[in-house]
Design a protein around this ligand. Sequence first.
Ligand SMILES: Cc1cc2nc3c(=O)[nH]c(=O)nc-3n(C[C@H](O)[C@H](O)[C@H](O)COP(=O)(O)OP(=O)(O)OC[C@H]3O[C@@H](n4cnc5c(N)ncnc54)[C@H](O)[C@@H]3O)c2cc1C
Length: 558
Amino acid sequence: MAGIETDILVVGGGPAGSTTATLLAQQGWKVVLCEAETFPREHVGESLLPASIPILLKSGAFAAVEAEGFLPKYGATMVWGSQSEPWSWYFRDASQRYPSSFQVTRSRFDQILLENAQEHNVDVREAHRVLSINLDNDEYVEVRVQPTEKEGLAEVFTLNARFLVDASGQNGLVARQEKLREEDPFFRNLALYGYFSQAARLPEPDSSNIFIESIENGWVWTIPLHTGETSVGVVVDSVVGSKKIRSMGAETYFHELLASASYTADLLVHADLEKGPFVVRDWSYMAKRFSGPNYVLVGDAACFIDPLFSSGVHLALSSAVLAAAYVSTSLDDSELGRASAGVYEQNYRQQYDHFRELARLFYSSNRTAESYYWETRRLTDADQNVPAQLAFVRAVAGQPPHGYERAVLSHGEMPRVFSDAVSSFEKLRKQRAEKFDMTVGNGDISSDLNFDEKNISILLEVIPIIPSNVSLIRKPVLDEGKFIWGSVIETPHRPEGLPVSRLIVRLFDLINGGRNVRDILGEFEKSTDKQQFATVRQQVAFSLRLLYIDGCIDLDFA
Ligand SMILES: Cc1cc2nc3c(=O)[nH]c(=O)nc-3n(C[C@H](O)[C@H](O)[C@H](O)COP(=O)(O)OP(=O)(O)OC[C@H]3O[C@@H](n4cnc5c(N)ncnc54)[C@H](O)[C@@H]3O)c2cc1C
């Protein structure tokens, strides 16, 4: 059969695939999406994060998601850490703007996203399974597709695309074919889950929270759904779990595990298991690389992290935004595309590592249940794993820890080396802010135009210095759905780099360890018209304060 030509072929119609396809179609690219199943199809993973909402707004799917009537999720209630009583935390503590997300039925949520792709002119082919992918040709990718609806009758056909987006989830077509997948020894679990009717809800205000209860050999999730059903799942060690399932059967084992979770068992006293239990492998993994010259891995096809923090769908959506920018850039400008590949991977890995380190610390800090399961996941004070400490500090860096981060810090019992690393980082930021504000005065920090002349006159004699481990480099940065050349400041806590404005680039160029702020402003004055210069003075003062607090510059106040 004749091949079909398209700009982009997306494999998989889950949240990662449908969102990448939509964002690319919005930019005018011709996109074909092949999905093996016919939607609605079942999928585990109902609990979402508020950070996904801006992405749903961007892809145009938010209104339909909101209209569906999914339950709002305001936070999480947990039996975990040093307390054996349930405790709750709320998204509103982290963001006033997005204080809630949703508890979704994935069959419907994923269908809404796929329909949204179709509405944006993506050529969606359900019941089309991609059988193999040929990446040998630099000009195009060739895939073999099996239409599955009329199995036995429909012919396999070939489809050629300039670029391939692998969003095939845990199947990970490219990662398996190219042997890219590396499993994470820390998270080797399996999950048994099912759907109950008549389950009780947590008392208000937590009735629609996700409930997480640690048990002797793992942990249990309870997610209330708008259909009246409740998703309940247990995560256990994969070796122990597989043995038990073989010896006693999945259903008996599932009920035994739920009975050992006293708070969950109370919620399920009058409940009936309607569907399941299903058993899924829950091994975390990461691909050795996330892209090649004409392909990119997105969502679970690239990496998967344990579901403790309900981060999977968010990572899928967030990587879709980055991947769409990478693909669009590559098709427009191959040189910039090549440079953007590393940025895509660094940014996606940074978000993944954030959740991985939080989950690792959270697993290691649980003290509500004593068992071999928890013992083997424990990190100790003797664990002087510097990269792990650094990763955790990075996870919370640049902002006061909040949400999950705050929960990990305040409710877990983590090794001192980790909590000390975080608190010393926080202390340093606080000390720097205090030092600046006491010496210079901080103006009104809600506005960048409020340093008065007295503040600035103190600052004039100060010499800014760039520490040896901080650098300003030219790099692709995300801008309106594409990568463009920009500048980022790289620090040990932000190796992926923090994109910065042209004013900060110029400021960095002028800092040479000898010039004081007076000299630097003098240089700015030469290239700025008189009226604007007053504003620039304020902006420089404000930028110096922020850069100093973030550790991107030192200030010699002597
Ligand atoms: C036990 C467990 C609990 C979880 N709980 C949560 C949670 O509460 N919250 C959360 O956010 N995340 C959760 N997750 C993770 C979440 O489900 C995934 O991270 C998310 O679905 C990833 O989206 P995706 O689009 O990358 O992949 P998927 O949603 O898996 O979509 C991949 C799609 O590709 C299709 N496909 C596969 N192979 C082919 C092929 N050869 N040809 C064509 N199509 C193909 C599949 O049919 C599928 O529709 C959980 C995961 C597990 C294992």
